[in-house]
Design a protein around this ligand. Structure first.
Ligand code: HEM
Length: 483
């Protein structure tokens, strides 16, 4: 196996401190942190005793728990989950405070995002402050409109044959289907690999899925170490991925190709304002992070959209009418998807209100601060939660109902700031927002130009929330002709 590069670029900012991935060390650190937080002040009100039932509910079905604690305690409360108290801040004001007004109070790395470090390393999701800001500045051009527009070719190339393979009468697991499409799009658009090439694209896709599987396993299984454990399987797949990604980086550094528009190639070429670029490890960590952050999210969003459209024929009819008027049989392009299909946008917004895939925003307070009369000490775990915030009846009346009209231009503009945060907010708002939106819109549009997907009678949907919101056990639907 190839030796991994160790060089780093001459950075103006120091790299983040390494955290232990030993679960015992993490639990002890949490216990010490709780003592320090308590010494500086109380946690906000909420259930503080250890409760296995509460911990299990938080892991399996957190939404009712969070909404009932919000009812009882208001927009900020704390609850002991497993071994330590976690603060939750819900609603528009809390979301705005954490993401836009005072992001400097928080770190992502020392929150549960830190659990991703063994696979992702030091990518955008697991770094903070100046180190993060420099990386984000370097990466931004890769997500500008022109670049996403270039990725539309990869999206169309992958969606077309996948849709053509669907046959009327067939039952398809839409979640698994879209997962396959999204992974192939990611291989092409992010890594610039051919997803059918056995040694590279196909292997990278397979091992990325395997590595991701670790983050979908139950928390207690993730704590295990040693041969045969989910952790060791994840590290084995990581080694294969590393070999492929580092190999690609070396090849592109040796033979730069200005025509290559994939994001890996761009990240190798881009420079910050001081003229410095990413070192190999930085490129590797960032692309792995993009693959992670972009894969599940788009998959789940498309699946939830199909689920809701099957339940709301009136919405589907309106969507298809818009589609017919704007596109007819033409393939969708970024201009028309973004500018000429407002109802599609409203449907997508409503899907992301009800099911924001990245439903929780985990943080660690790095300084003491006040929020609506509560003093929070540094060291505390603080989460905002789009999923629960989007279900507050005082903000979104009749919150369980699927009503895309809530997101008409006027009504969306009238929402309180921080009310709607499916992509987070502020300077760390999702960097792949446009990429993800276009991917979901494009695949949904192409699918509905040819076919209909109908719900299976008697099938009840249950939502799973790790690592992102998705359908537990997939979503089987029947393929019908368009008519
Ligand atoms: C429907 C699709 C998507 C949704 C709903 C979504 C949602 C989010 C949310 C909520 C955050 C902020 C998390 C927080 O505040 O704790 C975030 C951040 C991020 N997302 Fe997305 N995302 C999507 C697609 C993508 C795609 C396609 C990519 C990459 C290709 C991506 C890359 C990232 C990255 C790197 C961050 C961290 C940004 C930073 O810290 O500067 N996302 N996303």
């Amino acid at each position: 196996m190839r030796e991994m590069p160790t060089e780093t670029s001459s950075r103006r900012v120091s790299p983040p401190k390494q955290l232990s991935d030993n679960p015992v060390v993490r639990v002890l650190d949490d216990a010490r942190a709780e003592v320090k937080v308590r010494a500086r002040g109380a946690y906000p009100p909420g259930p503080q005793s250890f409760s296995f039932g509460r911990t299990l509910q938080a892991a399996r079905d957190p939404l009712p728990l969070l909404l009932s604690l919000y009812e009882e305690y208001g927009p900020i409360f704390s609850a002991r989950l497993l071994h330590h108290p976690v603060i939750f801040a819900l609603g528009p004001e809390a979301n705005h405070f954490i993401t836009v007004a005072h992001p400097e109070n928080f770190h992502w790395r020392e929150s549960s995002f830190g659990d991703l470090i063994p696979l992702l390393g030091d990518g955008l999701l697991t770094i903070d402050d100046a180190y993060h800001d420099r990386a984000r500045e370097i990466m931004m051009p890769a997500f500008h409109r022109e670049q996403v527009s270039a990725s539309v070719a990869a999206m169309t190339a992958e969606a077309t044959p996948a849709i053509e393979r669907l046959r009327p009468g067939q039952v398809v697991d839409v979640y698994a289907w879209m997962r396959g499409v999204a992974m192939r799009i990611a291989m092409r658009a992010l890594l610039g690999l051919d997803p059918d090439e056995a040694g590279k694209g196909a292997a990278a896709a397979e091992h990325f899925e395997r590595a991701l599987g670790f983050y979908g396993t139950d928390f207690h299984l993730r704590l295990l170490r040693g041969p045969g454990s989910p952790f060791s399987k994840m590290t084995r797949s990581r080694a294969v991925l590393d070999e492929i990604v580092y190999g690609e980086i070396a090849q592109r550094r040796a033979r730069p190709d200005p025509d290559k528009m994939d994001i890996l190639s761009l990240l190798i070429g881009v420079r910050d304002e001081a003229g410095e670029g990413f070192a190999d490890k930085e490129v590797r960590d960032q692309v792995m992070t993009l693959m992670f952050a972009g894969h599940d999210t788009s998959t789940s969003t498309l699946t939830f959209m199909m689920h809701e459209l099957a339940r709301h024929p009136d919405v589907l009819a309106k969507l298809c009418e818009e589609q017919d008027q704007v596109l007819g049989d033409d393939a969708p392009d970024i201009d028309r998807l973004e500018r000429e299909m407002p109802y599609l946008e409203m449907v997508l917004d409503e899907v992301l209100r009800l099911y924001p895939p990245a439903w929780i925003g985990p943080r660690r307070a790095v300084r003491d601060f006040e929020f609506i009369g509560h003093s929070i000490s540094r060291g505390a775990y603080v989460n905002y939660c789009s999923w629960a915030s989007h279900r507050l009846p005082e903000v979104f009346p009749d919150p369980e109902a699927f009503i895309p009209e809530r997101f008409s231009r006027e009504r969306k503009a009238a929402l309180p700031r921080g009310a709607y945060v499916p992509f987070g907010g502020g300077r760390r708002i999702c960097i792949g927002k446009r990429f993800g939106q276009i991917e979901v819109k494009l695949v949904a549009t192409m699918l509905l130009q040819r076919l209909r997907l109908d719900a299976m009678p008697g099938r009840v949907m249950t939502v799973r929330q790790m690592p992102t919101l998705s359908h537990r056990g997939g979503l089987e639907m029947r393929v019908l002709p368009r008519q």
